[in-house]
Design a protein around this ligand. Structure first.
Ligand code: CAA
Length: 283
C-alpha cells in the first residue's frame, strides 16, 4: 500500500505541525478536529510557520501556497475514510485517545495504518482497543514539528514488522530521522527530558534561583537551545504534567513524582504559551 493521503486528528500545535510537514512532502492531508476554531487556528499556525520559511528564503511563496492547498480541514472524522495513514495528535489523555482509536478503526479502510503521536501513553494498550492491533504504531514528533528532526517510531507489542518499515520509510520521506524505540512509559525522549524539566520546577519551587536564572544555567552551562522552564511553556504545562503522571504510574518510582508547583500551575490554568502564562508571561 502506497501512502499518498494522510489524516491528522487534532489541530493543536503538534497536529498542525504534522499536517504541515506531511503536506510539504507532497502528501494530501486531511486535518480533523471537533472544533472549527481549533482547525482555523491550526491553519493559521501552518501559514505563519510557512511565512517564516518564505521570509528566510528556505521556501518559495508558490511552494508555500501549494502546501496549504494540499491540506483540507474537517470537523467530521468520517472525512478520514480515504487515508492510508492516520496520525492521532489529540490531547494527552488515554481515555480520549482510546475513543478516537475505536472510531478510526470503524471509519478507516481495513488496511489503513493508525498511528499515535502520544508522548508517553502505552501504544500496546491503544492497539488493543482496535480490531487491527497489528496496524497500530507510535509516531512521536517533537515540538516545533517543522524544525525538529526526530521521530520516535514505537511498535506496540502487536505491530507488524511491515507496518514498522513503512512508517519508518514515511518518516524519512517527510524529512525526519526515525529512531526505533520500545514501548515503555515516556519512551526514550520524554523518559529523559521530563524528569529534567520536573527537576527544574523543583529548583524553582525550592527557591534555589529564579525561572530566568534556572534557564540560564542550562542554556549557558549545557548549551541547551532553550532553558527547561521555557521549554515546558512551549510543550504546555498540562502535557508536561500528564507525562510525569504516566512515568510515575508506570514505574511506581517516587523519582517521577510531579513537582507540586507544576500541579498547582496546571490547576490555575497557567499552561504556558498556549494560555498566555506559564513560568513566563506571553503577550
Ligand atoms: N516554523 C518554521 N520555522 C521556525 C519555527 C516554526 N514553527 N520555529 C522556529 N523556526 C525557525 C526560525 O525562523 C529560525 O530560522 P533561522 O535559523 O533560519 O533563522 C530558527 O527556527 C530558529 O528560531 P529562532 O531564532 O526564533 O529561535 P531559536 O534559535 O531559539 O530556535 C527552536 C527555536 C528551534 C524552537 C530552538 O529554541 C529549539 O530547538 N528549542 C528546543 C526545542 C525542543 O527541545 N523541542 C522538543 C520538545 S519535547 C517534545 O516535543 C516531546 C514531547 O512529547 C513533549
Amino acid at each position: 500500500m502506497t501512502i499518498e493521503q494522510v489524516g491528522v486528528v487534532g489541530a493543536g500545535q503538534m497536529g498542525s505541525g504534522i499536517a504541515q510537514v506531511c503536506a510539504a512532502a507532497g502528501l494530501k492531508v486531511t486535518l480533523c478536529d471537533l472544533n472549527q476554531e481549533a482547525l482555523e487556528r491550526g491553519l493559521g499556525a501552518i501559514s505563519s510557520s510557512l511565512a517564516r520559511l518564505v521570509a528566510k528564503e528556505k521556501l518559495s511563496q508558490a511552494d508555500a501556497d501549494a502546501i496549504v492547498e494540499r491540506i483540507s480541514i474537517n470537523t467530521d472524522m468520517a472525512a478520514l475514510a480515504p487515508a492510508q495513514l492516520v496520525i492521532e495528535a489529540a490531547t494527552e489523555n488515554e481515555e480520549l485517545k482510546q475513543k478516537i482509536f475505536r472510531s478510526l478503526d470503524e471509519i478507516c479502510q481495513p488496511d489503513a495504518i493508525l498511528a499515535t503521536n502520544t508522548s508517553s501513553i502505552s501504544i500496546t494498550r491503544l492497539a488493543a482497543v482496535t480490531q487491527r492491533p497489528e496496524k497500530v504504531i507510535g509516531m512521536h514528533f517533537m515540538n516545533p514539528v517543522p524544525m525538529m528532526k526526530l521521530v520516535e517510531v514505537i511498535r506496540a507489542l502487536q505491530t507488524d514488522d511491515a507496518v514498522f518499515q513503512q512508517v519508518t520509510a514515511l518518516a524519512e520521506e517527510i524529512g525526519k530521522v526515525p529512531v526505533d524505540v520500545k514501548d515503555a512509559p515516556g519512551f526514550v525522549a520524554n523518559r529523559i527530558l521530563l524528569p529534567m524539566i520536573n527537576e527544574a520546577v523543583f529548583c524553582l519551587y525550592e527557591n534555589l534561583a529564579s525561572a530566568e536564572e534556572i534557564d540560564t544555567v542550562m542554556k549557558l552551562g549545557m548549551s541547551h537551545p532553550m532553558g527547561p522552564l521555557a521549554l515546558a511553556d512551549l510543550i504546555g504545562l498540562d502535557t508536561c504534567l500528564s507525562i510525569m503522571e504516566v512515568l510515575y504510574d508506570g514505574f511506581k518510582d517516587s523519582k517521577y513524582r510531579p513537582c507540586p508547583l507544576l500541579v498547582q500551575m496546571v490547576d490555575a490554568g497557567y499552561l504556558g504559551r498556549k494560555s498566555g502564562r506559564g513560568f513566563y508571561n506571553y503577550g
